[in-house]
Ligand binder design. Structure first.
Ligand code: ADP
Ligand code: MG
Length: 293
């Protein structure tokens, strides 16, 4: 009977690494029209490497790296780890105790005061924040993937980092499978348009829509809109994705690298971190519900 079929499907999904927090989600998965993916840590590994570092102002590289790595050592963002690592590779040791007033701006970056300097590190939004303060000692770094530093220049800009991250193996296959199932794939990211378009090209331009430079709440608003057009799933690694995961008809958090908060928020956990399990689960759910009718 129905509960048995649902139970079998839940078990199969669990064995493949997708833990669903209830049988109702089999029904939801079977009718999914849109799958929205977070970029960093979901489509990509979330393991950044610093590929370029340039100083715009006449500050020494070592001093800048010391400030950056000390502030970033207080952040749990994947980019932060890469910046600390980069400092270490150049023999710069972070001293987190020297950082005062540390603050995290979700989807933007971080702030900290060190050696009497107020320093913002992050994207264009953080740049605007630093510039709006109009204080001389505000320093600003911009982290981004493949793009030219010039476009971000503002009065407080003192250094530019370039970071690269790579797509998870199986990401392209997952998008291809969703396409075969007639399911729309959407990319949601707080990262720059260039970084988002780079990932899009790595996925053979198979994504249906790419949304970049989003704040966490804006991701939730976009999910809300997709829901008007049918059942919508959101897959996120959890750092900043909690609102979007909670808004979706089914919120799936990436298990191993995802934060505990996301695991609380989501309706499912992808333990294997293998996003090919998403189209597989939709196929399984469709088969299961067809049997029930
Ligand atoms: P995504 O949506 O891709 O998961 P996030 O919302 O976590 O991205 O972050 C969006 C952007 O904010 C990053 O691409 C980066 O430019 C900036 N950012 C966030 N946290 C940090 C940090 N600790 N250091 C530097 N930049 C950061
Ligand atoms: Mg994220």
């Amino acid at each position: 009977s129905t509960p048995v079929a649902i139970f079998c499907a839940l078990t199969k999904a669990a064995i493949s690494g997708l833990l669903l927090k209830g049988g109702d989600y089999i029904e939801t998965l079977s009718g999914i029209k849109t799958v929205a993916f977070d970029k960093t840590g979901t489509i990509t590994r979330g393991e950044f490497t610093v590929t370029d570092f340039s100083v715009v102002d006449d500050i020494s590289i070592e001093t800048l790296l010391y400030w950056v790595s000390s502030i970033e050592s207080k952040s749990s963002h994947p980019m932060a780890a890469a910046l600390v690592e980069y400092g270490m590779s150049r023999s710069v040791r972070p001293i987190p105790e020297n950082v005062e007033n540390f603050d995290n701006f979700a989807g933007e970056g971080v702030f900290g005061r060190i050696d009497g300097k107020d320093i913002y590190i992050g994207n264009r939004r953080i740049g605007a924040r630093a510039d709006s303060k109009r204080v001389d000692c505000h320093l600003q770094f911009q982290s981004h993937e493949i793009s030219s530093p010039k476009q971000y220049c503002g009065p407080t800009l003192v250094g530019v980092f370039s970071l690269v991250d790579t797509c998870r193996s199986g990401a392209l296959e997952a998008i291809e499978q969703l396409k075969l199932l007639g399911v729309r794939s959407v990319l949601l990211t707080g990262d720059s348009t260039q970084a988002a378009m780079y990932v899009h090209s790595q996925l053979n331009h198979l994504l249906d829509i790419v949304h970049a430079e989003l704040l966490p709440v804006e991701k939730a608003v976009i999910i809300e809109n997709w829901k008007k057009d049918g059942l919508t799933a959101m897959i996120g690694d959890g750092i900043n994705d909690a609102p979007a995961l909670a808004t979706a008809d089914i919120g799936i958090s990436m298990g191993i690298s995802g934060s505990a908060l996301a695991n609380e928020t989501g309706n499912a956990i992808l333990m294997s971190n293998d996003i090919q399990k998403i189209p597989e689960a939709i196929r399984l759910a469709r088969k299961t519900t067809r049997k029930l009718i």
